[in-house]
Design a protein around this ligand. Structure first.
Ligand SMILES: [Zn+2]
Length: 322
């Protein structure tokens, strides 16, 4: 049984890797059959294999990847989306950077060519349910949540060209919509060796703002945190427009991008600092008293339904802003 304790962590084991110099790998070493032709690119500094089905990301869990100072992992949720994902991929390619995409199955089904492109360009393609429901899986039965998770994995892998479905995903990485996990689905994922990713920081890109404002917000948070798993949304135009300057800023300020891939051994993790509590718990507890119908009624008040991709923004989930 996985617990999400609100108790203060003793944090007796703060791993002392701060200040390590990242061991640079040439960007061309990353990705299948991908070479980088930009000698000034940001690139990828190293690759971490994630195994042992951990639950990671300080917004939700009391542990995260054991990143060094000034190391980041880039993750993009809710795609693929035709108008914006190609621009995100182009920006990443221009800087020889590899990211992780957590796909909504419905969107993968609609844009399999983009899923195949993500795979071909050496990115890691994980899963984010099929339907991305307006309520989180925490508000659903375990059976319904697991069905949505598995459906998404099956559809994502089919879009990537992997058939038939074997019962386990090609890449055993998953992120819950709105970070709303549940004990039953967590146990199901753990039994299948699936790593669950929350995030350490985000750009709040579900809130409309200019790319300049989003860049300032994200870089400010990153300077404060010093490292972390970053959540972005490749369905957001403001994020696609911000990304080239964000990658340039990472390089200018000495940050390194770490690629994550599935691996067989348990991944070293770093414990949350003393006093940690789950921001996800606080946010979802605020939403919890609302009836499902009320939350659904709030779910799509802004964008026209036909034009809005499935995603966190459409779901109306607004994790609290730092
Ligand atoms: Zn999402």
């Amino acid at each position: 049984m996985v617990t999400r304790s609100r108790t203060v962590l003793a944090a007796l084991v703060l791993l002392g890797s701060v200040g390590d110099a990242a061991a640079a790998e040439p960007p061309s070493a990353q990705g299948p059959a991908q070479s980088c032709h930009n000698p000034d690119a940001l690139g990828v500094s190293r690759t971490i294999e994630v195994g042992g089905a951990p639950e990671l990301g300080l917004k939700t869990y009391p542990r995260t990847l054991d990143l060094r100072d000034h190391e980041v992992v880039l993750t993009f949720d809710d795609g693929p989306w035709g108008p914006t994902t190609p621009d995100v991929l182009a920006a990443l390619a221009a800087q020889c950077v590899k990211a992780t995409f957590f796909l909504i199955g419905r969107n993968a089904q609609a844009h399999p060519e983009l899923v195949r492109r993500e795979v071909a360009e050496g990115h890691t393609v994980g899963h984010h349910t099929f339907d991305h429901p307006g309520v989180t899986l925490r508000n659903m039965s375990a059976e319904a949540g697991i069905e949505d998770i598995e459906h998404g994995m099956r559809v994502d892998d089919r879009a990537a060209g992997d058939e038939p479905w074997t019962g386990t995903p090609r890449v055993p990485f998953f992120r819950y919509p709105g970070f709303g996990d549940s004990p039953g689905s967590l146990a199901w994922l753990k039994a299948r060796g699936v790593a669950v990713f929350g995030a350490d920081l985000w750009a709040s890109d579900w809130i409309p703002m200019t790319p300049d404002a989003e860049l300032d917000l994200l870089m400010g948070r990153l300077r404060g945190a010093g490292r972390g798993i970053i959540l972005l949304h490749d369905i957001k135009r403001q994020t696609a427009d911000m990304l080239p300057r964000f990658l340039s800023a990472l390089k200018a300020e000495g940050f390194h991008v770490v690629r994550i891939v599935p691996g067989g051994t348990a991944t070293p993790t770093r414990d949350a600092p003393a006093g940690w509590s789950s921001e996800t718990d606080r946010t979802l507890a605020h939403l919890w008293p609302k009836a499902r119908a009320e939350i659904r009624a709030e779910a799509r008040p802004v964008a026209p339904r036909a034009a809005a991709p499935a995603g966190d923004a459409a779901a109306g989930l607004k994790p609290s802003v730092e």
